[in-house]
Design a protein around this ligand. Sequence first.
Ligand code: SAM
Length: 270
Amino acid sequence: MKRDHRYVHGYSEREDVRLQDQAGVLAELLHAGVRYAAGERIFEAGCGVGAQTVLLARNSPRARFLSVDISGDSLRAAARRVRRADIRNVDFQQTDLNDLPFPPGSFDHVFVCFVLEHLSKPLFVLRRLKRMLKPGGSLTVIEGDHDSTLFHPWSEKAWKTIQCLIDLQARAGGDSLIGRQLFPLLKQAGFRKVKVSPRFVYADASRPEWVRGFTRNTYIAMVEAARDEAIRQKMISPAQWREGIRDLRRAAGKSGVFCYTFFKAVAVLM
Ligand SMILES: C[S@@+](CC[C@H](N)C(=O)[O-])C[C@H]1O[C@@H](n2cnc3c(N)ncnc32)[C@H](O)[C@@H]1O
């Protein structure tokens, strides 16, 4: 089995559940407007365990998807998920985005969600993805930006745990601050028509579904999963980590507030 061991979030069952929670709570925010026509061929880059795949394929039941990932285990989980949902318009293929085997013009559209942030050569991959598009085709990219995190009550200790994740991802060759760079990256990749829209998440106690689905089960779960590696790499002590996570959880408490910005870019090949 081919595995990218440098992938910062790892491939645990807990991460599988986190990706589901993330996709579920963000479905409307991120997928609004993503609809593909009957007969169109769509390439989903880095589908993971299929959390976005199910939404994409359901929303465009007459389009045909090829969803790829570097991880064979994730692809098998994605295939099971799609089968259970009785979705029949998706094929899967194990592929490294750094080594795309598809001829020019083989797809009508490309969809990429939370993947560029993990690649060491995002511009190189974007150029290759662009080549795979037919004229008039589109590339949709959705990425987060951890530096857009705002929370109350503020805590330096809590921020340190987030900074550990940012630094770990950078050490693994990725960039968790890539959301703000989508416009320049897509322009550099050669797209002339690019539109980026920020998608803002806001969660306080009056929106319990966002506190649970996003602040706790998506964001804090993601930071918590970095604990062992951050301690192993001596970025933080176990006691500092405990205090930081305790403070971060206050943002999901009764008087807590949490905000985060995703960036969604749509580029069209003229
Ligand atoms: C955060 S997950 C996102 C999965 C999915 N797009 C979603 O939003 O739920 C990132 C995925 O990118 C995949 N990935 C990382 N590097 C890759 C590469 N070089 N080629 C293909 N997939 C890669 C990982 O295996 C992982 O499944």
